[in-house]
Design a protein around this ligand. Structure first.
Ligand code: G6Q
Length: 548
């Protein structure tokens, strides 16, 4: 038995869960006209409505108690204080420093990291402005028209998500592209329409050893040099973001073109550093800094607000309620904002790479569930695709609906239709449709007798499906920063409750190791026999047919 499941508050929550089995949220809303007011929180322009959850005030109090009893307050201070809470890598977790505006010192191993952070921000400003104002020229003297971010995982998902999210702030005569896949189609399709003399590559790799990115960078280098043979031109066309300056130099990128990353920032938390250079170039440094300011404001809220008023803590503990007490295996992220179309992919990495762990901080295999499967899609697309399962499937899928109150465009009809869907879907999930209601509808359509009875079971919606609704006024850079920071801290709180290290990712290693063994086997002609019969069979089939 683990310490977590032995906690008295855990046992109390288990008992409350059993009592909630037959309680429908319809009844909870009927009993308390103030339910929305009681179970919603506001932070700046963000409204977080969590009233459509299978909770009572008492359950919520117990969930906050669970956060306290598992040491969340202490861990928050450890993180902000630069303790090496990423214990398997002996590293601090200081992404909050990247956006800190408090003026206080933030220390890693006794050293204030803030001067370096600020110096790097100044370099990002200088460089992004030089590109945007056309001062930075390519080797023929023409200005840069296209920027290509080469990176994968944490070195790609954040920048691409934020660049898309802030599209209304971008200048339109500068193309910003993202290549992450080692599948050559990604880079060749991207470069097809670009010209070497007006293209700038940003090679983003904390380690500067990631095979996918290194291979893409090499292909980009060849494309740039093709027909010129003069490696000096790389100076104007390739920059790097890395913590491995030496490796970047070996790859022909001069030191003055290298932006820093630090070992106290995990890839999936690095958007706020020079990893976000493409974002700063796309939307301008003022907007990039607004995004940092929004995130910082959320950091302060997370650190200082009582749990009862704390958005990330509440979001996290509701997630724990469903994963650990209802057996929910997934969680849906459903943005109703076209510009947030990469948010589900971003949060998938943030949550699943951080908390997809099975061994606790004491090295023991846990006896409770940790991170659920995070999936999602633009809400409107999802409605016409997988919402069927949310409404009438056999599984409980808690969902976050995320929507703007105002859109950037001026066609009100579009936005009203969009919002009517947000309100309708969350209401439908909560209310469902009873047998009586379904029967009345069918009768109104003129059905009766056996025909009606045969159709009736298919028309019933059980409802009682939990959802959160997150509304914000408009997707400004500051709002985006606050939203992302809210999810980062949600992940943090859940990791503390589950007693796991949210900041390593050893699980990505095994596949990489095996790929290293397999690559030379693909080059050789001999039949491969060193693996299981499936791996051997597939490799040999591939070798026989390749090139056809
Ligand atoms: C993120 C992960 C992972 C990482 C990529 C790219 O937290 O560690 O997604 O960002 O593997 O790594 P590099 O930046 O070192 O190329």
């Amino acid at each position: 038995m683990s310490r977590l499941t032995e906690l008295p508050v855990w046992k109390q929550l288990k008992a409350r869960r059993a009592q909630m089995e037959d309680v429908h949220m319809r009844e909870l809303f009927a009993q308390d006209p103030q339910r929305f007011a009681r179970f919603s929180l506001e932070f700046r322009d963000i409204l977080f409505d969590f009233s459509r959850n299978r909770i009572t005030g008492e359950i919520l109090d117990l969930l906050y108690q669970l956060a306290r009893d598992t040491g969340v307050p202490e861990y928050i201070e450890k993180m902000f204080g630069g303790e090496h809470i990423n214990h398997t890598e002996d590293r601090a977790v200081l992404h909050v420093a990247l956006r800190d505006q408090s003026g206080r010192a933030i220390k890693d191993a006794g050293r204030n990291v803030m001067p370096e952070v600020r110096a790097e921000l100044r370099r990002i400003r200088e460089f992004s402005e030089a590109i945007r104002t056309r001062r930075w020229r390519g080797y023929t003297g023409q200005p840069i028209t296209d920027v290509v971010n080469l990176g994968v995982g944490g070195s790609d998902l954040g920048p691409v998500m934020a660049t898309e999210a802030l599209r209304p702030y971008a200048i339109h005569d500068l193309g910003v592209h993202f290549v992450s896949n080692v599948d050559e189609s990604h880079i060749t399709d991207t470069l097809e329409k670009l010209k070497p003399e007006t293209t700038l590559f940003i090679v983003v790799s904390k380690s500067f050893t990631t095979q996918d990115t290194m291979v893409n960078a090499e292909t980009a280098r060849k494309w740039l040099l093709d027909g010129h043979g003069n490696a000096d031109i790389l100076r104007q066309h390739m920059v790097a973001v890395t913590s491995n300056v030496a490796r970047a130099g070996e790859c022909g990128i001069p030191e003055e073109n290298v932006f820093a990353m630090w070992d106290w920032v995990g890839g999936r938390y690095s958007l706020w550093s020079a990893v976000g250079l493409s974002v700063a170039i796309a939307v301008g440094m003022e907007h990039f800094e607004d995004m940092l300011a929004g995130a910082h404001a959320m950091d302060e809220h997370f650190r200082n607000a009582p749990f009862e008023e704390n958005l990330p803590v509440t979001l996290a503990m509701l997630g724990i309620w469903y994963v650990n007490f209802f057996g929910a295996e997934s969680c849906a992220i459903l943005p109703y904002d076209q510009h947030l179309h990469r948010l589900p992919a971003y949060l998938q990495q943030l949550e699943m790479e951080s908390n997809g762990k099975r061994v606790d901080r004491d090295g023991r295999v846990v006896d409770y569930h940790t991170c659920p499967v995070i999936f999602g899609e633009l809400g409107i697309t999802g409605q016409h695709a997988f919402y069927q399962l949310l409404h009438q499937g056999t599984r409980l899928v808690p969902a976050d609906f995320i929507a703007p109150i105002n859109s950037y465009q001026c066609i009100p009809l579009h936005h009203r239709i969009l919002m009517s869907n947000v309100f309708a879907q969350t209401e439908a999930l909560m209310r469902g449709k009873t047998e009586d209601e379904a029967r009345a509808e069918l009768e109104a359509e003129g059905l009766s007798g056996t025909e009606l009875e045969a159709l009736l079971p298919y028309k019933v919606f059980p409802g009682n499906k939990p959802s959160n609704t997150i509304l914000y006024r408009t997707l400004t850079p500051a709002t985006l920063g606050a939203l992302i920071a809210m999810y980062e801290h949600k992940v943090f709180v859940q990791g503390v409750v589950w007693n796991i290290n949210s900041f390593d990712q050893w699980g990505v290693e095994l596949g990489k190791q095996l790929a290293k063994t397999i690559l030379p086997e693909l080059d050789a002609d001999a039949e491969v026999t060193s693996h299981d019969s499936s791996t051997n069979g597939l490799i040999n089939h591939y070798k026989k047919l390749r090139g056809d």
